[in-house]
Design a protein around this ligand. Structure first.
Ligand code: COA
Length: 137
């Protein structure tokens, strides 16, 4: 049975990265990222972690949605959608009077439609430029 919780170990997080063929990161760097996330949601099948997502938020108007991952064996079951909606719900619960908060995601290639279905706007568009990033090594 699938369950959802707010706990995620760095080891399980790294296993999920491997399952979706993302590059490895050091365990202590994974742990640091988890420790400093504002919200973490994980999906479990029994004791096995099969999906996760996390949010970090500046406590103002910007929040970043990161590491939306579902083990390929469990994709297509609505888990990714539930994980993103739980993150959105967390942010929604932070709103105060007259506030609005923008959730930013950098989509992996080919996953744009998944996010569009959940209400995200693809860039670039008529009014917004491309998202950009840079590794510092
Ligand atoms: C992207 C990902 C999280 C989607 O998770 P998932 O659990 O398979 O998605 P869901 O089953 O919740 O799908 C929700 C909806 O999005 C659609 N969808 C999912 N992936 C899609 C894709 N790549 N392109 C278009 N639509 C997609 C589903 O058909 C479903 O549509 P519906 O609501 O009309 O039925 C998953 O494929 C994944 O982990 N991929 C590898 C890691 C990755 O690239 N993550 C994104 C990082 S930015």
């Amino acid at each position: 049975m699938l369950t959802y919780c707010n706990e995620l170990t760095a080891t399980d997080y790294c296993k999920l990265r491997t399952s979706v063929e993302w590059p490895d990161i050091a365990l202590d760097q994974a742990q640091s990222g988890l420790d400093n996330s504002d919200f973490i949601i994980a999906c479990k099948d029994g004791s096995e972690t099969v999906g996760c997502a996390r949010i970090f938020w500046d406590k103002g108007y910007i929040a970043y949605l990161a590491d939306v991952m579902v083990d390929p064996k469990y994709q297509g079951l609505g888990i990714g959608k539930k994980l993103v909606l739980e993150c959105k719900n967390y942010i929604h619960n932070q709103l105060r009077d007259d506030w609005k908060i923008k959730i930013v995601i950098v989509s992996s290639k080919g996953k744009e439609k998944f996010y569009e279905k959940l209400g995200f706007t693809s860039r670039p568009n008529d009014t917004a430029g491309s998202g950009m990033d840079m590794w510092v090594e």
